[in-house]
Design a protein around this ligand. Structure first.
Ligand SMILES: [Zn+2]
Length: 137
């Protein structure tokens, strides 16, 4: 599956895609990791000190990358569908028991708390809409 990799800034009410468009066949994954590690891209101008992550798109967003921080020395790629399900489960007024395992995922990953995911709400919602459409065709 061909993918492209972009940078995404979470320090806004709605996440901002900063671009990148690095392709999977040409080291896109490694480029995103390196750019976030070294802050070596003009795409980050205007986002100094912001919470910038990597995104892997095969439209929709399919994976996100949380870069290393001073308190977390390793970066982590995580499937966007997990985050989409966790956010959807969190938004339900009464969470059915079978959804609790999804919320466990968030509880277990302190780097992906609901407040941090909220700017990605629109993007993550598209994943679930796409998945529903794919199963009802
Ligand atoms: Zn920003």
């Amino acid at each position: 599956m061909s993918s492209t990799y972009d940078l995404i800034c979470l320090s806004h009410p709605e996440a901002v895609n900063l671009g990148g468009d690095w392709h999977s066949g040409r080291g896109g994954r490694e480029i995103v990791e390196a750019r976030l590690r070294d802050h070596a891209t003009e795409l980050l101008v205007g986002h100094t000190g912001h919470d910038v992550i990597g995104g892997r798109y095969s439209y929709p967003l399919i994976e996100v990358y949380d870069p290393p921080k001073p308190d977390r020395l390793t970066g982590e790629w995580v499937s966007a569908i997990w985050l989409a399900l966790a956010l959807a489960a969190h938004d339900l007024p009464d969470i059915p028991p079978e959804m609790r395992s999804v919320l466990w995922y968030i509880d277990a990953h302190e780097r992906w708390q609901i407040e941090r995911l909220a700017p990605l709400r629109l993007e993550l919602g598209r994943i679930l809409t796409g998945a529903i459409e794919a199963t009802t065709d």
